[in-house]
Write a protein that binds this ligand. Structure first.
Ligand code: EPU
Length: 350
C-alpha cells in the first residue's frame, strides 16, 4: 500500500494537469482497502476514488483523500452456460489489457471497446462505450466495499442501472462504494458488430471480408489512433462532452436546417446528435480561446479543441483546469446559441 501526503496528481490524470491532493492512498488488495476504510476519520474526507484519471479534469487542489485501486488479476471462471465465460478482473487492471486478453483467448464481446483508456473499476462506473458497444453489454457483476462499513457488496448488472455513460455509481451511489472487482461475461462464439461508423470501410480497404475478433480490434485501434490524440503527447480525456439526445421535434427542425447532420436513432421520440459535429459547425475545430476570451488559433493557446475530433479538448502544454473550463464554457455557449442545444461534459470536474 502507498500512502502519501500532499501528493501531486500530474501523472495520475491524462489531461496532464498539475494539482495536489491532501492524501493519496493506493491499495493492492481488498484486505488493505477494508482496513483503510475502517481507519478513516472525518478529517480524511472528502474521498475520491480515482481510476486511470482518463475522465477527470482537476480544477484545484483536492482537500481530501484520493483512493486508487491497484487490485490486479484476470481470473477465468467457468460459466454454467457452456457458450460463455466469466472473467473476474481486479478493479486496478487496465481495461484494455482485459480486452487484449479476451481477444487473445477467444472470448468475445469486448473487442469493439479496444484501447479505451482507464481501469476496470471505471468501466463499471462510467459505462464506457465505443463503436456500438458499451461496458454494460459485458458486465455480469460488480464487487465493491461499502465506504462506511468496509463490508462487501455485490451488484448484478441490472442493479447498477446502466445508461449512456451512466450508472448508479455516478448517481445515487456516488461516494458510497469502492469497486474491487468486475466480472465480465464474454462469449465463446464470435459475433462481429461492424455497423458503427467506418469499421466496414476500413476492413474493405484492407481486403478483409470475413473478419475475426483480432481484425476488428486492430481496425478499431487504428481508427481511434488516427482520430484521438495520444495523452502522452497532448493531454486529453477522450470525449470531453456527451452526445446530446434531442426530442424528435427538435431533431426534425434541426435536420430541415442542416440536412447533412449525422444522427443516431434512439427510439421513436429521440435522436442522438454527435456533439463533435455541433462543435465543428460552430467553427471550434483546432481552435482555443485568446486571453481576451475570443476564438483563436489553437496553436497559440494552452487549451484547444483537437483538430481531428472536435469532441476532444487538449492540453497543448501548461493548461490549467481553469483554462479547460473556460474553453468548455465558451463552446457550450456557442452550441446553445447556434443550435439551441445544451451539451454537457462527460468528464468529471474536480
Ligand atoms: N463528427 C464531426 N466532427 C467532429 C467529430 C465528429 O462531424 O469533429 C461527426 C462524425 O463525422 C460522425 C459523428 O460526428 O458522423 C460521430 O463521430 P464519431 O464516430 O467520431 O463518434 P463520436 O460520437 O464523436 C462517440 C464516443 C467515443 C467513441 C466513438 C466511437 C461519446 C461521448 N463519445 O464519439 O467515445 O470512441 O463514439 O464509438 O459518446 C470517449 O467516450 O472518450 C470516446 C472517445
Amino acid at each position: 500500500m502507498t500512502d502519501i501526503k500532499d501528493y501531486n496528481l500530474l501523472n495520475n490524470n491524462t489531461f496532464g494537469i498539475s494539482e495536489d491532493c491532501r492524501r493519496f492512498v493506493q491499495f493492492d488488495t481488498v484486505g488493505e482497502l477494508r482496513s483503510l476504510l475502517i481507519s478513516l476519520t472525518p478529517a480524511d474526507s472528502p474521498l475520491l476514488v480515482m481510476g486511470g484519471g482518463s475522465n477527470l479534469l482537476l480544477t484545484k487542489r483536492f482537500e481530501g483523500t484520493v483512493l486508487r485501486s491497484n487490485i490486479k488479476g484476470i481470473e477465468v471462471m467457468e460459466c454454467e452456460d457452456s457458450d460463455s465465460v466469466f472473467l473476474r478482473c481486479g478493479s486496478g487492471e487496465c481495461f484494455d489489457d482485459v480486452v487484449a486478453y479476451s481477444v487473445e483467448h477467444g472470448y468475445y464481446g469486448a473487442e469493439n471497446l479496444s484501447i479505451i483508456p482507464g481501469d476496470v473499476g471505471a468501466s463499471a462506473v462510467q459505462n464506457i462505450g465505443a463503436y456500438g458497444c458499451e461496458a454494460k453489454d459485458i458486465i455480469h457483476k460488480v464487487e465493491a466495499l461499502d465506504v462506511c462499513t468496509g463490508e462487501t457488496a455485490v451488484f448484478s448488472n441490472e442493479e447498477c442501472r446502466y445508461g449512456y455513460r451512466h450508472s448508479r455509481f455516478k448517481g445515487e451511489w456516488k461516494g458510497k462504494y469502492v469497486i474491487t472487482h468486475v466480472t465480465y461475461k464474454l462469449s465463446k462464439n464470435f459475433v462481429p458488430h461492424l455497423e458503427y461508423g467506418n469499421i466496414i470501410a476500413e476492413l474493405d480497404k484492407r481486403g478483409i471480408t470475413n473478419p475475426d475478433a483480432k481484425d476488428v480490434r486492430k481496425v478499431i485501434i487504428d481508427i481511434r489512433n488516427a482520430k484521438l490524440p495520444d495523452p502522452k503527447v497532448e493531454g486529453n480525456a477522450g470525449s470531453f462532452f456527451m452526445n446530446p439526445v434531442a426530442s424528435k421535434e427538435k431533431f426534425l427542425s434541426l435536420l430541415s436546417d442542416y440536412p447533412s447532420m449525422p444522427h443516431y436513432h434512439i427510439d421513436e421520440d429521440h435522436e442522438k446528435i454527435p456533439a463533435g459535429w455541433l462543435i465543428e459547425q460552430c467553427g471550434w475545430k483546432g481552435c482555443g480561446l485568446s486571453s481576451e476570451g475570443n476564438m483563436a488559433d489553437g496553436a497559440e493557446c494552452k487549451a484547444a479543441v483537437h483538430s481531428k475530433q472536435a469532441l476532444v479538448l487538449v492540453n497543448k502544454g501548461g493548461a490549467t483546469g481553469a483554462d479547460i473550463v473556460a474553453l468548455s464554457d465558451a463552446i457550450r455557449r456557442s452550441v446553445r446559441e447556434k443550435f439551441g442545444v445544451d451539451i454537457y461534459p462527460e468528464v468529471n470536474f474536480l
